[in-house]
Design a protein around this ligand. Structure first.
Ligand code: UDX
Length: 436
C-alpha cells in the first residue's frame, strides 16, 4: 500500500520504517531540509536500537523515500499519517497548531479519497477538529480522519511497533476501517488484537494508558519513600505485590521520577482536559506533584549527607531519562545537575549516549568524560541516575580507588545491599536502608 507520513520525529520515523519493512511504499515528509537530506543518506537523527539497519535496508529496496514537498509526498498515498509535535502550551494543554496547520494544507491539495490518521498523542476531540479543518476546503466524501495512537517505548520502539500488544484504531467509517485493517494485519499475526472503537475513546485510551503508568510509578516512588521511614525494603515489597496477577511485575520500579517526552506531557494534558470539562481529577494532580518532588530526591539525599556542597565534586552516571536512548527530555539528571551546580558543587558526568544533548544545555558548567570510571577521579561521591546495563556490574575496586571515599547515591537501586555492605561502600538507594 502507498502511505505517507508527515513528520519524521520519533514516532514518524519508526512508523514509516516499520511500515516499509512490511512491504508498503512509504514517503516520509518533513519541513526540515537538513533532516530530510540526512535521512536520504540513511542516517537516523535519533538513537534507537535496530532502526538504522531497517532504515538502510528499506532505502536500498526503495520502499521508503524522503521529501520536503507535501504535495509530492501525499500524491499517491491512500493513508496519510500525521506524526507531528503536540507540545504542551502555556496552560498545559496540547498545542494543536502543527496538526491543524497541516490539515489545512492538505485540504488544498487532496483530490481523491484519503484516510488521514492522527498518530500523535492528541486530546479528545482532535479527530473532529481535524475533520472540520479539512472540510472547510474539501468534500466530506474525499477523506476520513482516524485516531490511531502509538504506544511505543523509546529504546524498544522498533520491536514495539512490529509486535504491538494491541493496535487501537478509532474510526466510525467502514471504508477507513478496511484500509487500516489491511495495513495493520501483518503486525498482529501472533494473535494480538486490533481494537476498533470510536475516535474519542481511541484518543482517550492513549492518555489513560500513559497516565495510569505514570501513576503506578508515582505510587511506587511514594511507597519507597515510606519504606525508608518504616525500615522496610521496597524491593521485597515490589516483588511481593507484583506477583499478584492483578497487579503484575512490570513497571513497579521506584526511582528518581518519570521523565521523557510522553508521561510528563500526557499527564499534564489529561489534567487540562479534565479541567476543561470541569472535572476535578484529583489523582492526576497528585501524580504530577509526587513526580516533581521525586525528581529532586537524589539532590536532597546528597545535601542531607554533606550539608554544604560548596567545592565538592560529584560524579553522575547516567543522563538520559532512561537507558538505551539519548533522549534527555524531562530527564531527572537535569534537575540533579542544576541542584548540585546551584549549591556550588562541581559535576563530572558520563552517559553512553546522551552527553552531547546535556552539553548543549549546560556547556562547560559540567565536565563530560568518555569513560564511566573517569567521572569518579577525585569525586566526593557517585550519583547513579539512569540504570544503563554497563553500570550494573562495574569494577568496584577501581571505583573505590578512584573516588575520594566509597560513597554512592543510587537513584535506581542498581546494586544489592549485601554486596555494598561486603565491599564497604556507604550506599544510599531508594526505599531501602542506608548501608553505612
Ligand atoms: C512511554 C510509554 O511506555 C509508551 O507506551 C508511550 O507510547 C510513550 O511513553 P517512554 O517515554 O519511551 O514510553 O518510556 P518508559 O519506558 O515508559 O519510561 C518512562 C519513564 O518512567 C522513565 O523515566 C523511566 O525511568 C520511568 N520508570 C519506568 C520508572 O521510574 N519505573 C518503572 O518501573 C518504569
Amino acid at each position: 500500500m502507498n502511505i505517507a507520513i508527515i513528520g519524521t520525529g520519533y514516532v514518524g520515523l519508526v512508523s514509516g520504517t516499520c511500515f516499509a519493512e512490511t512491504g508498503n511504499n512509504v514517503v516520509c515528509i518533513d519541513i526540515n531540509e537538513d533532516k530530510i537530506a540526512q535521512l536520504r543518506a540513511g542516517k537516523t537523527p535519533i538513537y534507537e536500537p535496530g532502526l538504522d539497519v531497517l532504515l538502510e535496508r528499506n532505502i536500498k529496496e526503495k520502499r521508503i523515500t524522503f521529501t520536503t514537498s507535501l504535495e509530492e509526498g501525499i500524491k499517491d498515498a491512500k493513508i496519510i499519517f500525521l506524526a507531528l509535535p503536540t507540545p504542551p502550551g502555556k496552560d498545559g494543554s496540547a498545542d494543536l497548531q502543527y496538526v491543524l496547520g497541516v490539515a489545512k494544507d492538505l485540504s488544498n491539495i487532496i483530490t481523491e479519497y484519503k484516510v488521514i490518521v492522527n498518530k500523535s498523542t492528541v486530546p479528545v476531540g482532535t479527530a473532529e477538529k481535524t475533520a472540520a479543518v479539512l472540510a472547510e476546503n474539501l468534500d466530506r466524501s474525499l477523506f476520513d480522519v482516524v485516531s490511531n495512537p502509538e504506544f511505543l517505548r523509546e529504546g524498544v520502539a522498533v520491536e514495539d511497533f512490529l509486535k504491538p500488544d494491541r493496535v487501537v484504531i478509532g474510526t466510525t467509517s467502514e471504508k477507513a476501517r478496511k484500509l487500516m485493517d489491511e495495513l495493520y494485519q501483518p503486525f498482529v499475526r501472533q494473535g494480538n488484537p486490533i481494537y476498533y472503537m470510536d475516535e474519542r475513546s481511541s484518543e482517550m485510551t492513549k492518555y489513560a494508558a500513559n497516565s495510569y503508568l505514570a501513576m503506578r510509578i508515582s505510587f511506587m516512588n511514594e511507597m519507597a519513600n515510606l519504606c525508608e521511614e518504616v525500615g522496610a525494603n521496597v524491593d521485597w515489597v515490589r516483588i511481593g505485590m507484583g506477583s499478584d496477577n492483578r497487579i503484575g511485575k512490570r513497571f513497579l520500579f521506584p526511582g528518581v521520577g518519570y521523565g521523557g517526552s510522553c508521561f510528563p506531557k500526557d499527564v499534564q494534558a489529561l489534567a487540562h482536559t479534565a479541567e476543561e470539562y470541569a472535572y476535578d481529577f484529583k489523582i492526576l494532580k497528585s501524580v504530577m506533584k509526587v513526580n516533581d518532588m521525586q525528581k529532586l530526591i537524589l539532590g536532597k539525599k546528597i545535601k542531607a549527607h554533606f550539608g554544604d556542597l560548596k567545592g565538592k565534586t560529584f560524579a553522575i552516571w547516567g543522563l538520559a531519562f532512561k537507558p538505551e536512548t539519548d533522549d534527555i527530555r524531562e530527564a531527572p539528571s537535569l534537575y540533579l545537575i542544576e541542584t548540585l551546580l546551584s549549591e556550588g558543587a562541581r559535576v563530572k558526568a558520563f552517559d553512553p549516549e546522551a552527553m552531547d544533548n546535556v552539553r548543549a544545555i549546560f556547556g562547560d558548567r559540567v565536565q563530560f568524560v568518555d569513560n564511566q570510571y573517569d567521572a569518579l577521579d577525585n569525586a566526593d561521591a557517585l550519583a547513579i541516575v539512569t540504570e544503563w546495563s554497563e553500570f550494573r556490574n562495574p569494577d568496584f575496586e577501581k571505583m573505590k580507588s578512584s573516588l575520594k571515599q566509597p560513597l554512592i547515591f543510587d537513584g535506581r537501586n542498581v546494586y544489592a545491599l549485601e554486596k555494598m555492605q561486603e565491599l564497604g561502600f556507604h550506599y544510599e538507594s531508594m526505599g531501602r536502608k542506608t548501608i553505612a
